[in-house]
Design a protein around this ligand. Structure first.
Ligand code: F6P
Length: 460
């Protein structure tokens, strides 16, 4: 049996007892997973850890990153962070530092085991270099004893450009160096740190154990080596890693222009645009004339209002119509206003207000259902370069929650006004977000750099 994300808000409390399998995990239905990062410094391990964590959380797995560098910085014997600011701390001959480093790893491992075995989470990501066989053996033994399944991700990179940009963009801003030296000095020190790690680096290999499962990501995804993948979580992780890329690009998201149903406060349906909605469609086309986004692709839902919103965009954008981008199906409430629902189905209104993410409209969908059907869209967004998505409020909330890394219970409350366009630009550890708002009255766009906020009760 394999672990699946919990359904319908069911909090996993204790791990359950079930059948045997051949890998020594004989009595677990939900086998928790530790994903162990491996690789020299500046190989994108933290980038992968954070990104994977965000993806797994969005798909419903409770996931947390345990970064050993952070444990080291809070270690009583290394509290002033000065240790980390000097490459000699990472020398394989520095016995005192080796003790601090081993102790930091041990504390992180204990916390991971508590997190998984208490049922608070089902996937833990162990973000450290883990570059020696002996460190990895300690982790494997620990996980076996705690009945946790282990999967290794080794990031191997010998492309000097990728390493240089990682050190320059991310590492010089590390808390290890903050306030202690210039960016130039930090870079030099970090390069020496890498050399120290190289002295003891032993790349992963199959001979490290019969139960070893891993993926090697080579030069930021130019090639891969995958070995002995076990179970649903691991295969999902492999699939995800094979689809992500580091190339700069932007993703644009917009709801359709105002529809006739919007103007009446009715849910769903397939009504055409109002005259304001048609103005927005024209403004959107003009926006992209000016913005000149190279190779832009347009993905649109199959609803009339979305198709009308994208109709003036240039034909070279190759608009594709995805059923998966259609609005949440409100089932028996389609075509009703929120007040109608309150009057006809008060229990439904109450249930929805109680748990909006998991609530499923009778004969319709829940937000959780929409997230499931959007997974291929997210995967494809990860693979592509510049894309404009023309869709609907509930769908865009699900997509935005992924890029903004928002908790699932908050997702249905992200406020996405009509006639606004969100530009997302992925960065190393976050996503920049710019909101362009179109004022129908004066025919002008304005913009602000921010994430869309949460609202209490959207009703348009
Ligand atoms: O009201 C517009 C709309 O897109 C509806 O079609 C849809 O049911 C609703 O928004 C989703 O928002 P909420 O989940 O807040 O009801």
């Amino acid at each position: 049996m394999e672990e699946l994300p919990p359904k319908h808000g069911a909090e996993t409390t204790k791990r359950k007892v079930a059948h045997s399998d051949e890998h020594g995990f004989s009595d677990q239905v939900r086998v928790p997973n530790v994903i162990v990062m491996v690789g020299l410094p500046a190989r994108g391990k933290t980038y992968i850890s954070k990104k994977l964590c965000r993806y797994l959380k969005w798909t419903g797995f409770k996931t947390k990153v345990f970064n050993v560098g952070e444990y080291r910085r809070t270690d009583a014997n290394a509290a002033d962070a000065v240790h980390g600011a000097n490459a000699s701390f990472f020398s394989p001959n520095n016995a005192d530092a080796l003790k601090v480093r081993a102790e930091s790893a041990r504390r992180a491992m204990e916390d991971m085991a508590d997190y998984l075995n208490s049922g608070a989470g089902s996937v833990a990501i162990f973000d450290a270099t883990n570059t020696t066989k002996s460190r990895r053996k300690t982790i494997i033994d620990f996980c076996t004893q705690k009945r946790i399944r282990c999967f290794f991700i080794e990031s191997v990179c010998d492309d000097p450009d990728i390493i240089d940009s990682n050190v320059t963009d991310v590492k010089v801003n590390s808390p290890d160096y903050k306030g202690l030296m210039t960016a130039e000095q930090a870079k030099e020190d970090f390069m020496r740190r890498i050399e120290n790690y190289k002295q003891q680096y032993e790349p992963l290999d199959e001979s490290e154990g019969d139960l070893l499962s891993f993926i090697k990501v080579i030069n930021a995804g130019r090639s891969f080596k995958v070995h002995q993948v076990r179970g649903h979580v691991q295969s999902r992780v492999v699939y995800f890693l094979m689809n992500i890329h580091l190339l700069p690009r932007s993703i644009y998201l917009t709801r359709h222009g105002q529809s006739e149903y919007n103007s009446m406060g009715r849910l769903g349906g397939d009504s055409p645009l109002t005259s304001d909605g048609r103005k927005y469609a024209l403004a959107l086309a003009e926006f992209f004339e000016d913005e000149e986004v190279p190779g832009l692709r347009v993905w649109c839902s199959q609803k009339v209002r979305a198709a009308q919103t994208s109709q003036h965009l240039k034909p070279d954008f190759h608009t594709e119509y995805w059923k998966a981008l259609d609005e949440i199906d409100a089932g028996i409430c389609e075509g009703l206003t929120y007040d109608d629902i309150q009057q006809r189905y008060p229990k439904q209104s109450e249930d929805r207000a109680h748990d909006k993410y998991h609530y499923r409209y009778p004969s319709g969908e829940s937000y959780e259902d929409v997230v499931s059907r959007l997974e291929p869209v997210i995967m494809e967004l990860e693979r592509q370069a510049n894309v404009l998505v023309v869709s609907h409020q509930a769908v865009l909330r699900c997509i935005l929650a992924y890029f903004y890394d928002r908790p699932l219970p908050e997702l249905p409350y992200i406020d996405i006004p009509l006639h606004s366009l969100v530009k997302l630009t992925p960065r190393a550890y976050h996503c920049d977000s710019t909101i362009y708002s179109y004022d129908i009255e004066n025919g002008k766009w304005s913009n602000t750099s921010a994430q869309l906020p949460l609202c209490d009760s959207p009703r348009d």
